[in-house]
Ligand binder design. Structure first.
Ligand code: SF4
Length: 266
């Protein structure tokens, strides 16, 4: 499918939860978050139905995000259900890696192809500060488990303040080079201020060739991360909601005053 700017839209990012087992300082507010009610969260069957319809309309690439997707109960089953949809050529996940050592093999066997793991520093104390309590060793074990399970490629998403020339980013780059990982550097973004840029080593943030739509955990199709428009699949049905999002997809992002990274999935 193509949007009104003749961009081919073939990529659907699906947030399966707004919950997370970390509290990263650039994502989660200090005083916690108001999480969605259980009844607001799409069931696996609803997610699969949206994905099935989206594939029929032209999507062939699906990424599972959150919050943290691995905290969603039964996540391995959801991967298997999505993998069973003919036409999904690339099924990936973005995770903070904390639970990856536990699930990597099951996810691979269920049909997950590849994974992006968030890691901004190899300094354990700094990691604990940035994530408000996370253990670096758990992520490193998750990265190894992903490689051992055959998830390929394994990419590292490293958030930087201004550039990949920052000390932590250079250390992450060298770590990736030594361990056969692909590094991606994401400049810190602000939804409300409309601050975003092209991901170094990736495709995100390049509006001229944007190929994506997003499905939030509570069933909204978003034409753009940096926009406030959303179309409810429970209200309009998957096909109409996707079509409305496509028709309303902006030429480029501006600001998002209503959403949060933890409930959109970046
Ligand atoms: S800001 Fe919007 S249009 Fe630009 S790349 Fe992101 S989602 Fe696409």
């Amino acid at each position: 499918m193509y949007d009104s700017f003749d961009r081919r839209i073939n990529y659907l990012r699906i947030s399966v939860t707004d919950r997370c087992n970390l509290r990263c300082i650039y994502c989660m507010p200090e005083d916690g978050i108001k999480t969605l009610q259980h009844s607001e969260i799409l069931t696996f069957e609803e997610i699969v139905e949206v994905a099935r319809v989206a594939v029929k309309m032209g999507i062939n690439k699906v990424r599972i995000t959150g919050g943290e997707p691995l905290v969603r109960k039964g996540i391995v089953n959801l991967i298997a259900m999505l993998n069973a949809i003919p036409g999904i050529e690339d099924l990936s996940m973005t995770t903070n890696g904390i639970l990856l050592a536990k699930y990597a093999t099951q996810l691979r066997e269920a049909g997950l192809n590849r994974v992006n793991i968030s890691l901004d520093t190899l300094d354990g104390a700094k990691y604990k500060m940035l994530t408000r309590g996370g253990e670096l060793i758990e992520v490193l074990m998750g990265i190894q488990a992903a490689k051992d399970a055959g998830l390929d490629p394994v990419k590292i998403n490293c958030v930087v303040q201004l550039s990949s020339d920052e000390p932590d980013a250079r250390i992450i780059a060298e770590y990736c080079r030594q361990n056969g990982l692909a590094a991606r550097f994401i400049h810190q973004m602000s939804l409300t201020e409309g601050h975003f840029s092209v991901v170094e080593g990736g495709t995100g943030g390049d509006c001229s060739s944007c190929n994506r739509l997003r499905l939030t955990a509570n069933g909204k199709i978003l034409p753009c991360l940096f926009g406030d428009q959303e179309f409810d699949v429970r209200e309009f049905g998957p096909e109409r909601a996707i079509r409305m999002a496509l028709e309303n997809k902006p030429a480029c992002g501006s600001v998002n005053l209503t959403g949060e990274f933890y409930n959109i999935g970046g």
